[in-house]
Design a protein around this ligand. Structure first.
Ligand SMILES: NC(=O)c1ccc[n+]([C@@H]2O[C@H](COP(=O)([O-])OP(=O)(O)OC[C@H]3O[C@@H](n4cnc5c(N)ncnc54)[C@H](OP(=O)(O)O)[C@@H]3O)[C@@H](O)[C@H]2O)c1
Length: 304
């Protein structure tokens, strides 16, 4: 039987530690603060930002939700970032992506003060991370390391294969695994003989954005599978391909008309030694690490 790595429980433990840290800071008159910028009316973004703001409230972190309209310009967004950079009660600035097409996302992310870049997307933080200097690391990859460490899965000397090379997940995940002394291979859409490489992985990180892409024959028996993918499926035939015979999923699909599947085919989990489920694996860690980064930024800005 493969072991399920319970991301929700790990995220809850991290949030509890963050809340304790917030209490300690409060005794010194410091309250960490997060500005969450939600542009327009993208339903998924609204859900994500709502849970981020709720988590701040749960942990005693100050939050300011700012909601520019979908018609906002790059110049208006740059002016907003400048204001947030200057506000002392704001330690972290989160701009929920994706932004409308007319907004220059890179220019905006580059304008955030690196000291307040709690998403860890600023090139200065990416560079610091690569150079092994103190940095605010991107939340999802940082969460992956927490899952592995807190589940007692060895990283040092292991072959970690990361499928996906985005700036948000794949690249920083590879860098963090390297800093933990894994031997790291990064794969992407131009990789030849992908299955041959993934089959060598002791730790396989799938950050691709394609439902059930990693199939059982791509997995070394006993490997640890970290499934970052979040794909919503609504098609009955696709549902059957992944969850035929799964009564629990069947019930929720019938009720909602959709379900979530990761980048790993559920049958591949049966080959694994341990794996993160979707939902309830990597996902919950992203918010927990955002909270941890906000508190870290509050301390770092004050030289604590
Ligand atoms: N759990 C969370 O909180 C969380 C957070 C962020 C993202 N996600 C999910 O994680 C997934 C990846 O996100 P992302 O932002 O990293 O996506 P992304 O920017 O679209 O990157 C996808 C990566 O997968 C690679 N890829 C695509 N097709 C491939 C193929 N056939 N073979 C090998 N590699 C292939 C791409 O290669 P190229 O570079 O060559 O194009 C790219 O590097 C998505 O499902 C997203 O929803 C989850």
């Amino acid at each position: 039987m493969s072991k399920i790595l319970d991301g929700a429980a790990i995220a809850a433990a991290i949030k509890q530690e963050v809340a304790q840290e917030v209490t300690k800071l409060a005794s010194r008159g410091i309250r960490p603060g997060l500005a969450a910028v939600l542009v327009g009316n993208v339903a998924a973004s609204q859900i994500y930002v709502r849970s981020k703001v709720q988590s701040c409230a749960d942990l005693g972190i100050y939050s300011d939700l700012i909601t520019p309209p979908a018609t906002v310009t790059t110049e208006e967004m740059l002016a907003l970032v400048e204001q947030l950079n200057a506000r002392d009660e704001i330690d972290g600035i989160l701009i929920q992506l994706p932004l409308p097409a007319q907004v220059d996302t890179k220019a905006l992310l580059d304008a955030i003060d690196p000291a307040k870049d709690v998403d860890g997307f600023h090139p200065v933080n990416a560079g610091r991370l690569q150079a092994g200097r103190p940095a605010l690391a991107p939340c999802t990859p940082a969460g992956i390391i927490e899952i592995l460490k807190r589940s007692g899965i060895p990283i040092s000397g292991q072959h970690a294969v990361v499928v996906g090379r985005s700036d948000i997940v794949g690249k920083p995940a590879a860098m963090l695994l390297l800093h933990q002394n894994a031997t790291v291979t990064i794969c992407h859409s131009k990789t030849r003989n992908l299955a041959e490489i993934t089959r060598q992985a002791d730790i396989l990180v799938a950050a691709i954005g394609r439902p059930g892409f990693i199939t059982p024959e791509m997995v070394k028996p006993g490997a640890t599978l970290i499934d970052v993918g979040i794909n919503r499926i609504t098609d009955r035939a696709e549902f059957e391909r992944f969850f035929a015979g799964n009564a629990k999923r069947e019930a929720s699909f019938a009720k909602r008309g959709s379900t979530l599947v990761g980048d790993v085919h559920p049958q591949a989990f049966e080959v694994a030694g341990a794996y993160t489920p979707v939902p309830g694996g990597v996902g919950p860690l992203t918010i927990a690490m955002l909270m941890a980064n906000t508190v870290r930024a509050a301390k770092m800005r004050r030289g604590l």
